[in-house]
Structure formats: structure tokens, C-alpha cells
Design a protein around this ligand. Structure first.
Ligand SMILES: C[S@@+](CC[C@H](N)C(=O)[O-])C[C@H]1O[C@@H](n2cnc3c(N)ncnc32)[C@H](O)[C@@H]1O
Length: 370
């Protein structure tokens, strides 16, 4: 969506935005962004104060609230204390956008860590098999979030082995470290790092894995090359990515309902999105380009089992996903109706043991040439 030049006079629009601030956009005649257009897509824009400090971000805007295309010259940001503050919009870099998105999610992923570990355990198992992880090995988990699959694999590699988890979000790494220390694990280490700049020497690890991370890497090719660098020759890396949305009611039982209420701009090609690598062969091609040997892709069909009631599952899914931000533009009445419809949709997968979804994930792997 575009916010572009208003040269024909001031306009204003109230934008309810998915941040703790409520933004009131005052579109003055000419301002710092006059004549330039801003794309508010998946990467969003940063909202900065006049000194350049970031005070918020915009990822989605409810299209119907925004009259046509115009220039944003100046924003006034209404804070929680009701004070107005001047602000400007600056397009975000891809890495910056990722940091914004995931630092906001960290506390929810930490809160739901146990159920997430349980629901995705079959994927962890598939990664273990594909990367041939065993006792005594040195293993790297990239994009570990609040610590999975690192924490699960710690037991598998045992006291003679060691597992390192990396994630660029300090809040995620802090959450992972908290759990490792609660569990008194001595063979894990968590570091803050992007996938394409790993803080390890070449030829260090016996295996490298990443569960639901690679779709968010700005350059997956650079990341795979970097992971190959730190892998020992002949050893394997393995990734888990979601297969198509239509095959995964875990996602669509909520997203289809949210789409009825919130307009989301169509994703740009290759956007950093959950289903970026849903097409078969797409990530595999990147591994081949990076120079792996024995490239392989397999479809993992399994069941996501969440032993909980529908209501609790709705809260979990909302907090884990971008729907949390998307629905912040809705009125209380719309929210009530959305929740009613979402509960109905999730109930289709309710069993006497909790919620059960058929699920499909692609497991992509390859080895470092000897
Ligand atoms: C969906 S979460 C997956 C967390 C965990 N691996 C799991 O399966 O529960 C995606 C993670 O990717 C991380 N991430 C995003 N961009 C990254 C990058 N460029 N390099 C490494 N990790 C990244 C995020 O911080 C987030 O923790």
C-alpha cells in the first residue's frame, strides 16, 4: 500500500495501528517526505522522532481507513499519556523489520514454549533424522527463537556433545537462556546472531538445523553459504519450512477468519513470510546453488496435537501469529464477532483429547562437500 504526495492541500486520516501508540496522521503540505512515496508492506516503516529515535513501527494499515494515495509529510503520534509528539516515517531495512516483528513476539513464544515444543516435536524429530544428529555431536540451531529445537536436542547430544542456538533477537535469546538455566543444562549455549553472520570458526559443527527460520532470512542463499562454512566437510544441514497454507489448518483456521475482517495488502514476491518456501523445490534450489551435495526434500505429513480447549488455543494462535497485530485495527464489536467465528473454525479440529490438525512441512537437507 502506498502513502504518497499530498500537494493539493492538507488531508488527515486516523490510522489505528498495530503498535502501542495510536497514530494520527496529519498530512501537511510539504514535509520531509514530500514527493517521495512509501510502501507500507510486509517490511513496514519505522516511526521516528525528530532526533531519529525509533518510537514505533507500522506493518499493516487498514486500507479502508486511508483515503487514496497521498504524501505523508508529518505525523503526530498520540502516546498513551495522550501527549502528541511529532514523528516522521522512514522505510525500514529488511533486518530492521525482522527485528521489530520478532522482538514483539518473544514474550508470547516464551509464554507458550511448552505447547510449541509439544506441537512441533515431530518436526524436530524429522530434522534429527535428516541431519543425522546423535550423541556426542556438536550441533548448531539457527533462528532458535526462545530455544527450540536446541533445548530438546541438548538431551540427544548428551553431556559429551554440545548444542549452540543463535537468534538475532536479544529477547528471544534471553528467553532461551532462562529456560536452559532453569533446566540446568550444561551443554547448551545461546548467542545473538543473524544467520548470515555466524560467530563460529569454519568447519566447527557436525550438523546444522533450522526450524521455521529460513523463510525470514533476507538472503537465504547467503545464510545457507554461511551455515555450510561452519559445518564440517561431509556433514549435513536440514531445514523445516511450512508446506502450503491450504494444507495447514493450523494456520488457516485462524487466518481465513482474520481475512474476512482485515484487509492485508498482497505480499510482495519473496516477502519474508511464513509460506515463502511452501512451493516444492524452491528452497532446495537455493541449497543446490549454495553448493550442497546430496540435496533432498521430503514432505512430512504429521499431526499437530494441542492438548487444550478451543478457547485457550485461540489465545495461543493469536499471540503466536501476526494476526495479533492485524486485528488491533478492529472495533470491540468486530473483535467479538471475529472471535466467535474463529472459535467455530477451530472447533472443527477439536477432539476429546484437544485440538488436532493434519499438518504438512517440507524438510530440506544437504551435505557440505568433502
Ligand atoms: C518462527 S520463529 C522459529 C523459532 C524456533 N526455531 C521454533 O521453531 O520454535 C522464527 C525465528 O527466526 C528468527 N529470525 C528471523 N530472521 C532471522 C535471521 N536473519 N537470522 C536468524 N534468525 C532469524 C526470529 O527471530 C525468530 O525467532
Amino acid at each position: 500500500m502506498r502513502i504518497a504526495a499530498a500537494t493539493q492541500g492538507s488531508k488527515s486520516a486516523v490510522l489505528c495501528l498495530p503498535i502501542s501508540l495510536v497514530l494520527v496522521a496529519f498530512l501537511a503540505h510539504i514535509g520531509r517526505l514530500s514527493g517521495r512515496s512509501l510502501q507500507v508492506g510486509d517490511e513496514g516503516v519505522a516511526v521516528r522522532d525528530k532526533k531519529g529515535n525509533q518510537i514505533g513501527s507500522i506493518h499493516w494499515i487498514e486500507l479502508s481507513l486511508v483515503p487514496e494515495t497521498y504524501d505523508v509529510a508529518e505525523l503526530r503520534v498520540k502516546r498513551r499519556d495522550n501527549r502528541l509528539q511529532k514523528a516522521i516515517l522512514v522505510p525500514m531495512q529488511r533486518d530492521e523489520a525482522v527485528i521489530n516483528r520478532w522482538s514483539g513476539s518473544a514474550r508470547f513464544w516464551e509464554k507458550h514454549r511448552e505447547i510449541i515444543r509439544h506441537m512441533f516435536a515431530p518436526i524436530t524429530q524429522a530434522l534429527v533424522e535428516e541431519a543425522q544428529i546423535g550423541s556426542g555431536q556438536l550441533v548448531l540451531d539457527v533462528a532458535t527463537g526462545p530455544g527450540e529445537p536446541t533445548l530438546t536436542l541438548a538431551e540427544l547430544v548428551g553431556p559429551q556433545g554440545k548444542i549452540s542456538g543463535v537468534d538475532p533477537i536479544p529477547e528471544m535469546v534471553a528467553a532461551a537462556r532462562r529456560e536452559a538455566s532453569r533446566l540446568e543444562l550444561r551443554n547448551v549455549q545461546f548467542d545473538i546472531a543473524f544467520a548470515d553472520h555466524l560467530p563460529f570458526p569454519a568447519d566447527t559443527f557436525d550438523a546444522v538445523v533450522s526450524r521455521f527460520g529460513v523463510m525470514f532470512f533476507p538472503s537465504p542463499l547467503d545464510a545457507v553459504r554461511e551455515m555450510l562454512r561452519v559445518l564440517k566437510p561431509g556433514q549435513k544441514l536440514a531445514f523445516a519450512v511450512w508446506h502450503s497454507a491450504e494444507r495447514n489448518p493450523f494456520h488457516y483456521s485462524l487466518s481465513r477468519v482474520v481475512d474476512r475482517f482485515v484487509h492485508s495488502p498482497p505480499l510482495e514476491q519473496d516477502a519474508l513470510d511464513t509460506f515463502r518456501f511452501a512451493a516444492r523445490g524452491k528452497l532446495l534450489e537455493i541449497l543446490i546453488q549454495a553448493g550442497v551435495t546430496a540435496p533432498a526434500e521430503r514432505l512430512l505429513q504429521f499431526t499437530i496435537h494441542a492438548p487444550m480447549l478451543v478457547d485457550a488455543f485461540w489465545a495461543l494462535r493469536l499471540e503466536m501469529s501476526k494476526a495479533r497485530e492485524q486485528i488491533s485495527v478492529l472495533s470491540p464489536e468486530q473483535l467479538t464477532e471475529l472471535k466467535r467465528q474463529a472459535l467455530e473454525s477451530i472447533s472443527e479440529f477439536s477432539t476429546d483429547r484437544g485440538i488436532s490438525f493434519p499438518a504438512e512441512v517440507l524438510i530440506i537437507s544437504g551435505a557440505k562437500p568433502r
